[in-house]
Design a protein around this ligand. Structure first.
Ligand SMILES: [Zn+2]
Length: 500
């Protein structure tokens, strides 16, 4: 069986679509988790697009080992030179360059003739090849290109040194059988195709990204590109976890083997959701909260008698423990440690005193502590960004229009308080924080959901603020929803403080 290479573009195609700016620390946290998951290639960004992206790619290239680090470029000399510079410290660098190949893109967007496009493509691959041996070429909008032209450009870039050729369905236009046929066509008509790996990159505009990717794999592609949770441009990219588990479930059908630590899938999904602020729908395949729930009586009865009557994947394989243990303030340190390890957390022992103290605090407020509460607790315990903490918070409200809040913050060791009125208690809290911090930001989005079950469930607040043209996400979790909201807001402000 041939190996299926997993190419993750959460930090490039995923991030660019969100409009949000993840900082370098956040990207490193995601990158390290992707290595734990076992992806082969991490596309870290588009270095020529901004100094911030350049620095992120450079830092990831330097810090993250254990995966190929890839940067995207257009077929433009300056882009390629900048990308090579950003990747200089990578253990295994890859430059991903390319150009659009469909008639509409060439004529309207690039205003280039097909022969000029071929020339630019070959020149780009040759230039990238001067810096790195691993060069991937993307034929943008390949699924809407003319066959003969696609064959010509693919064979010429392979001759120029491309080691991977990416045949994307950029606009999510293909059907699985069309895409399978397209990849087969290239396999049969590009004479030097055996010198390169065929890669597939699908978008989900018609809900077909996973199906198209699997069709491409069946036709002979050995690399699949996608993102965690399927985040990405418009309707999203291919969800890597879906392709991985589809192949894992029926390897013989696809003729490929996938070397992934599937038990890290749930943790990776949660982490990406937490950092990007993009929630995972509860019915989402593989990683949705309900993906392994059986609600109907007939199904429950069947699963109890024999799991595979209604369950095609053992949840433990994707990192979701089968047993549903509920902890409480009476649970000991050992029980907590055991459960956290079952949930996939490592390094619990070293920080157990800290974690247990937070757990007991939570146990005072909530009689039952569910897995989701533990994830929230661990998310808070490892909160990356700060320098700002909430010392005290009080809110009074008599009807939505008359709310007032008093907030005390500690910023870099200095304590200050202020009060404000607002159109509702959350607005009042944010205004009081604004007065202390003295920064002008625009609140773009605010949402609050409960972490687990029951009226004493913790509130999980997400705030998006715009500061100097960057959109920044903050999260906050607390049993007090106003405190959760304030924490999320302060978290976003703390991140904005690092934007130049
Ligand atoms: Zn894309």
């Amino acid at each position: 069986m041939r190996k299926l290479y997993i190419f993750d573009t959460t930090l490039r195609d995923g991030e660019q679509s969100l409009g949000i700016t993840l900082n370098v620390k956040e990207k490193l946290v995601i990158g390290r988790q992707l290595v734990k998951l076992g992806v082969d290639i991490i596309e870290a960004g588009f270095p020529a697009s901004s100094p911030g992206d350049f620095n992120s790619v450079k830092t990831i290239a330097k810090e993250i080992k254990g995966a190929t680090i890839c940067g995207l470029t257009r077929a433009v000399e300056k882009d390629i030179d900048t990308c090579a510079e950003a990747l200089r410290d990578a253990e295994a660098p890859r430059i991903h360059t390319g150009i659009a190949v469909s008639p509409v893109h060439m004529a309207k967007k690039l205003k280039m003739s097909p022969s000029q496009v071929v020339e630019a493509a070959v020149a780009a691959v040759k230039r990238a090849k001067k810096y790195v041996s691993d060069v991937e070429f993307y034929a943008e909008d390949a699924s809407r290109s003319e066959r003969d032209f696609l064959v010509e450009i693919v064979s010429k870039v392979i001759a120029a040194g491309a080691t991977v050729v990416n045949i994307p369905d950029t606009v999510g236009y293909s059907t699985p059988w069309q895409y399978e046929e397209l990849i087969s066509y290239l396999k049969n008509h590009v004479s030097n195709i055996d010198h390169a790996v065929i890669s597939i990159h699908c978008h989900n505009d018609l809900g077909l990204a996973t199906a198209n990717s699997l069709a491409g794999i069946r036709a002979g592609a050995s690399q699949v590109e996608g993102t965690i949770n399927g985040i990405g441009e418009r309707a999203g990219n291919t969800s890597l976890e879906e392709v991985i588990m589809a192949v894992y479930s029926q390897k013989n059908l696809y003729g490929v083997d996938v070397m992934i630590n599937t038990r890290e899938i749930a943790a990776t999904s949660r982490l990406v959701s937490r950092i990007t602020g993009v929630a995972v729908p509860s019915h989402k395949a593989i990683v949705g909260a309900n993906a392994f729930m059986h609600a109907s009586g007939i199904h429950q009865d069947g699963v109890l008698k024999e799991r595979n009557t209604y369950e095609i994947i053992d949840p433990e394989v994707v990192g979701i423990p089968r047993s549903r243990i509920v902890l409480s303030a009476r649970s000991g340190r050992h029980a907590l440690k055991h459960r956290l390890e079952e949930l996939g957390y490592t390094g619990v022992q070293e920080n157990l005193d800290d974690i247990y103290a937070k757990f007991l605090e939570l146990g005072d407020l909530k009689s039952e502590i569910f897995d989701d509460d533990l994830h929230a607790l661990m998310g808070n315990a490892t909160k990356e960004v700060n320098g700002i903490s909430i010392k005290q918070l009080s809110v009074t409200s008599s009807g939505a229009a008359h709310a007032a809040a008093t907030v005390t913050l500690e910023i870099d060791g200095q304590v200050s308080s202020d009060a404000a009125c607002g159109a509702g208690p959350v607005d009042a809290v944010f205004k009081a924080v604004d007065r202390i911090v003295g920064k002008t930001v625009k609140l773009e989005d605010y949402s609050l959901k409960s972490v687990s079950r029951g009226s004493e469930a913790m509130g999980d607040a997400t705030v998006k603020i715009r500061y100097k043209n960057s959109l920044v996400v903050g999260r906050g979790i607390s049993t007090d929803i106003f405190e959760a909201s304030a924490l999320a807001y302060v978290n976003a402000l703390a991140k904005a403080a690092h934007i130049e």
